[in-house]
Design a protein around this ligand. Sequence first.
Ligand code: HSE
Length: 424
Amino acid sequence: MEQPVKIGLIGFGTVGCGVVAVLNDNKDIISKKAGCVIEIAKIADPDLERKRPVQVDKKLLTKNAEDIIADPSIQIVVEAMGGTDPALKYILSAIEAGKHVVTSNKEVIAKHLSQITAAAKNKGVKVLFEASVGGAIPIIAALRRSFSANKISEIYGIVNGTTNYILSKMTNEKREFEDVLKEAREKGFAEANPKNDIEGYDASYKAAILAAVAYGADVKWEDIRFEGIASISLEDIKYAGEIGYVIKLLAIAKNEGGVMDIRVHPTLISANHPLAAVNDEYNAIFVKGNALGSSMFYGEGAGARPTASSIIADIIEICDTGAKAYYPALNKIKIKSLDEGSTRYYIRLKAKDTPGVLASISGIFGQKNVSIREVLQKETVGDIATVVIIIHAVNERDFRQAMELISKLPHVTKVCNTIRVGME
Ligand code: HSE
């Protein structure tokens, strides 16, 4: 057995505590796999007073992450603090000091992977980030190694545990959004600021990382179009269910002849698709490639121990002196604009229950080349009916223009929601 490898842990929150717990619980197996004892030498966090679910020797604790960077005995820095500032600074200083880095920080990787990779390559150190997407699911390893003989064409991911938890509890238990969100926070998989989950930021970071690893796409995060789930109501979930669909927040990354279609939005997917069966905080990533066909990865995508599982696997890979450093080859790639896309849509609107209303709606759709697949009249309250319309694939710009005109029709009282359908 080699000398112990010392690690410095920056961030002693949910994920940091998970790393300490799993390193303790699985000490023997981890040392055997790594070929050395992995020893936590220092833990940095600005708040050392908070009660935590793990006990550590107080001598290991510091409020100052620079103490870890400056410690020459520390070979691997685990960054588990999240956000970009000061996480990026610490990652770059650790690399500069010749240390390897393992991070679960999706935001910093999504926004700064090419800078971090260049710095690591320059110093000959390894930077690994398996835990940044899908918690314990080994999707980065699969895309890097197992699928490396493929041209990957499509990736569809349920990559945010909090929103999947909320949508599946709303679907299966008919519970309201706020009530379920509270529970997700108590369970420790919602971000400190749940806006990151609910509004789609977290999933957009993961989409950027998947695109980088699968396609070598140096995606400018700001160019990714993303929407969250705040607009999804129990009504949408119910009507979607009645016509054979389930609503999921999907991160989509497709390579269309060198142009990236990358986006995050709620999507109606067929109740028969394997992604539809992914419930609660579970994540799943569905990949298509020209040799592999289709493959789906499923597992715990958030929380202390699943995230620690991937972080420690990366530490073990670094300890394997035979493992070559991984530097994703990144190239600037054009991202398809919103207007270029063509999508099917679900529309829920309220209109006066009177002759000619549907005719005027279909007239506008006809003018804008929108072909209707299905129209369902749902509950009527007084003289106002809820109408659900499913349309065939349509250019996004034409769709927006049609909806703008429909919302102004005299008998249409409200366009309640429009949600994309399917995975085209
Ligand atoms: N807040 C994230 C989620 C944690 O809910 O999936 C994992 O990145």
